[in-house]
Every structure is written in structure tokens, then in C-alpha cells.
Design a protein around this ligand. Structure first.
Ligand SMILES: Cc1cc2nc3c(=O)[nH]c(=O)nc-3n(C[C@H](O)[C@H](O)[C@H](O)COP(=O)(O)O)c2cc1C
Length: 441
């Protein structure tokens, strides 16, 4: 009644008793070999990173754990209260950069091994030297995960183990192609070891036996270490926490004056309009309208009419024809853009006071609310990885714009927004110190 088929795949996992307290300079391979002299080829060792750190002397005097975290942090992914999820020097995205104040004397913290793959290789090579066995080694650490409650061990270092099992190109039991299936074998091994190591039981090493196919003897083409399991920021759809992403969207919005020829997704523009019309506005009004110029013909018609109106203005200013031609010839960000939007202000619902002071204030109130809508729009476009340039020209020839685009008399164009993929990186902009913009009373 074993419930287990003789031929069905199975493995055994057990923790090694007797490793004891590890100190700087200890040889982990020797300690493991002494604890389990019966290791055989194809075994996989799951070694808690904490003892690797201790053996490698990665203990640090730190009255202030926060300062140690700062030193180990390459990039902050998300922060909530005192909790920080960061990318650390090893490329791992994890809480507190992996700096641990537990299981170490008061006033000290434990840092992760400098190069956990190298640590794993040293243990594997040491076990070959000591016991003459070809084992796989996974250095493990405990991680929380987005979207899942609870912690689990994952591989942060590996040697002699196929860390990822790429099943792409194969088929499932129904013959469906597997197009995205890459199994995180080393993480699965780490989690299996955690089931028997426990957290506080003083059992920092476990062995998995029965999965020799995941072990690659040295010399047979060294498989990648656990570093290969880190998803780079460029491929990470969740590179930032929510608050951080909101702030980044604001910084991401920069005026883009040169675009690629890539067409603009009209759906992305509509999503940005949906974000735009959540801006604050007076008297519960909705003073925003967005005219989308999706055909080249509509864009050219508008730009030609605006150019003619501009030339007429310059002539009225008394400029000579040559200087007018020079000005008009200058590169026009709107003409080079693959997509144009004309945001408009409508003042429906505004109050009429009958005196200039209050009527002017009322109009300004609507104008600033309209501006907030346009800023929302530009930020949302940035979130869609679309660059934009908000330029003023339509404000200077509103009648012409209304006429060419067939807009109602009450729609006041608020410039035009060129939209497209940025052809290059924006120029660096010196950070602005909020103190320069503050008055505190
Ligand atoms: C109402 C308004 C009108 C603007 N008009 C023009 C314009 O006519 N031509 C232009 O190249 N940029 C125009 N800009 C863009 C600014 O030059 C730009 O925002 C500024 O240089 C800061 O750069 P950044 O947007 O990358 O932060 C305008 C911006 C605003 C808000």
C-alpha cells in the first residue's frame, strides 16, 4: 500500500545533522563531507546562504542595519514604510538587499556571499576532492514573492546543476506546443530543501537524491549558475513598485522633439485620454476635449493652415519676406511627428460674475484645470512608452484651427501635442531641488 509506483519518478530529501556553528574561514565542503560521507554522484546539496556568508567572513559590524542595506543596494524597486525591496549587488531583487540581522551576534549583520555561484562551485569542487563525488550544489536564500503570501527558498548560487529546464519547443500531454515553459529547477530544489531544513532548527544543509538528471558533472559544459535565473530589469514587466512607477512616469515625461517612424497605437492614445480626464476641475466640470489627428491628410491640412496664419502674423509684425521664410523653414516638431493631438478647453459650466477680476479668475481656473488634464495625458503617454511634445502654436491661431478641424466655437485649442516613439534619449536635466521652489509658513 505504499501509494508509490515502483517506476514512478521520485526523489528523497533529507537534512544533514551535525554541521554546527560555522565560523569565518571554515571549509564548508569538509564540514558537509564529515556530516554526510555517503554522498553519491548525482546528489544535489542545498546549502543555506547564511553559512556560506559566515564561512566567507561576510559578517559586518553594523550598528545600523539600514546603512548596511544602503551599501548593498544598487536600485530601489519599491519602498513601503521601512520595508525596502531592492536590487542588490548580486543582481537579486529582494527585501533589505539580503542583509540579515538574525542568526548573527547583536551589533553585526550578515551580507550575502559576494559571488554565490563561485561559492557553490567551491563547495562542489571541494566535495569532489574530499569524497570523489560529482554533486550539484545550490546556495539558497529565503525570498518573499510578489502576488504570493509566504516565503520560500530560492537558488541564489549554483554549480553543476541545470538551473533552468527549457521545455520550449516541446509539447504537453495533449500535443499543445510549449512556447513559454522554462522550469526554474534550481528554485524547486531550493524549496524542497527548505521543507526539511526549516528556519530555526540548525539544519543549514539538505540533500536531494534521485534527480541525477539535473546534475552536470564538471567538464561536461559547465551549466550557467543561478545568476542566469535573474530576470533583467529590461525584461521585467514589474520593474518598480506602484508608488515608484507613478513617480517614474512623471520623470519619464520629457519633451520629445524627434520621433521614429513607428506608427502610434490609437488604443494607447485613448488610454492616455482616459487618464487625462481624471484631472481635477472646478465646479465638477469636465473642461477637456482631445482632437486626434489620425490621418496624415488632417495633420497636413492643419499645419499648412497654421503656417499661413503664422506668415500673416509675421507680415503684420513688419518682418521682411526673407526673414519670414527663414523662420518658417525651421524644423517643425509637429510636422515630423507621426501623430498629433489638439487638446481643447471648453468652459461649459463656468460662472459669469460680470466684473473683470472675477471673470478673469474664473477663466484662469478653467485654463489651469485644462493644463492639468494635458499633463495627465502626457504622463500617461510616457507610461505607454510614447514620447510627446506639447507646443503652443494652435493657441495663437484658434479661429484657423477651429475652422480647419471643424470644431465648435466654444472649443479653445490649448496648443498641440506631437506624439510618437522617441528617436533618442532625452537630454540629461539637472535635478531640481524642491527647496528652491518652496516657501514654508
Ligand atoms: C504650454 C506649453 C507650451 C509649449 N510650447 C512649446 C513650443 O512651442 N515649442 C517647443 O519646442 N516646446 C514647447 N513647450 C515645451 C517646453 O519647452 C518644455 O516643456 C521645456 O523645455 C521643459 O522640458 P521637458 O518638457 O523635457 O521637461 C511648451 C510647453 C508648455 C507647457
Amino acid at each position: 500500500m505504499s501509494g508509490q509506483d515502483a517506476g514512478a519518478p521520485a526523489y528523497r530529501v533529507w537534512a544533514l545533522p551535525g554541521i554546527g556553528e560555522v565560523r569565518a574561514g571554515d571549509d564548508l565542503a569538509k564540514l558537509i563531507a564529515a556530516a554526510e560521507p555517503g554522498l553519491v554522484d548525482g546528489d544535489v546539496l542545498l546549502v543555506t546562504s547564511k553559512i556560506v556568508s559566515k564561512a566567507e567572513g561576510r559578517i559586518m559590524e553594523a550598528a545600523d542595519r539600514e546603512a548596511a542595506i544602503d551599501a548593498e543596494t544598487v536600485r530601489v524597486v519599491a519602498r513601503r514604510g521601512t520595508l525596502r525591496i531592492v536590487e542588490n549587488r548580486q543582481g537579486l531583487v529582494m527585501a533589505a538587499a539580503g542583509v540579515d540581522a538574525s542568526n548573527t551576534p547583536a551589533g553585526t549583520v550578515l551580507l550575502l556571499p559576494q559571488d554565490p555561484d563561485a561559492s557553490a562551485r567551491a563547495i562542489r569542487d571541494g566535495l569532489r576532492d574530499t569524497l570523489g563525488v560529482e554533486v550539484g550544489v545550490v546556495v539558497t536564500d529565503t525570498f518573499g514573492r510578489p502576488w504570493r503570501s509566504g516565503l520560500t527558498d530560492v537558488a541564489i548560487g549554483a554549480a553543476g546543476v541545470r538551473v533552468l529546464d527549457d521545455l520550449r519547443g516541446g509539447t504537453d500531454a495533449y500535443g499543445n506546443p510549449l512556447s513559454a515553459t522554462v522550469v526554474a529547477t534550481a528554485d524547486e530544489l531550493a524549496a524542497a530543501g527548505d521543507l526539511v531544513k526549516g528556519k530555526a532548527s540548525g539544519l543549514p544543509v539538505a540533500v536531494v537524491r534521485g534527480l541525477a538528471h539535473v546534475v552536470v558533472p564538471a567538464g561536461d559544459g559547465e551549466p550557467d549558475g543561478a545568476r542566469a535565473m535573474v530576470r533583467g530589469a529590461a525584461d521585467d514587466m514589474f520593474r518598480l513598485g506602484t508608488s515608484e512607477a507613478v513617480r517614474e512616469a512623471l520623470n519619464l515625461r520629457r519633451t520629445v522633439r524627434e520621433f521614429t517612424d513607428d506608427p502610434v497605437d490609437p488604443g494607447a492614445v485613448r488610454r492616455a485620454v482616459a487618464a487625462a480626464v481624471t484631472a481635477p476641475a472646478p465646479h465638477h466640470t469636465t473642461p477637456w476635449r482631445f482632437v486626434l489627428l489620425e490621418s496624415a491628410e488632417s495633420r497636413t491640412r492643419l499645419l499648412d493652415a497654421m503656417r499661413d496664419a503664422w506668415i500673416a502674423d509675421l507680415r503684420r509684425d513688419g518682418r521682411d519676406e526673407e526673414s519670414i521664410a527663414r523662420r518658417v523653414r525651421r524644423g517643425d516638431v509637429l510636422r515630423e511627428a507621426p501623430y498629433l493631438v489638439v487638446p481643447c478647453l471648453v468652459t461649459e459650466g463656468s460662472h459669469h460674475y460680470g466684473d473683470e477680476r472675477r471673470d478673469t479668475a474664473e477663466r484662469e481656473m478653467f485654463v489651469v484645470a485644462a493644463g492639468a488634464g494635458v499633463q495627465n495625458f502626457l504622463v500617461a503617454l510616457a507610461g505607454e512608452r510614447l514620447g510627446s511634445a506639447w507646443v503652443s502654436s494652435t493657441m495663437f491661431c484658434r479661429d484657423v484651427v477651429r475652422e480647419v478641424l471643424g470644431l465648435p466655437a466654444g472649443w479653445d485649442p490649448l496648443g498641440a501635442v506631437a506624439v510618437g516613439r522617441a528617436a533618442g534619449e532625452p537630454k540629461e536635466r539637472a535635478p531640481r531641488d524642491p527647496e528652491d521652489f518652496l516657501t514654508v509658513r
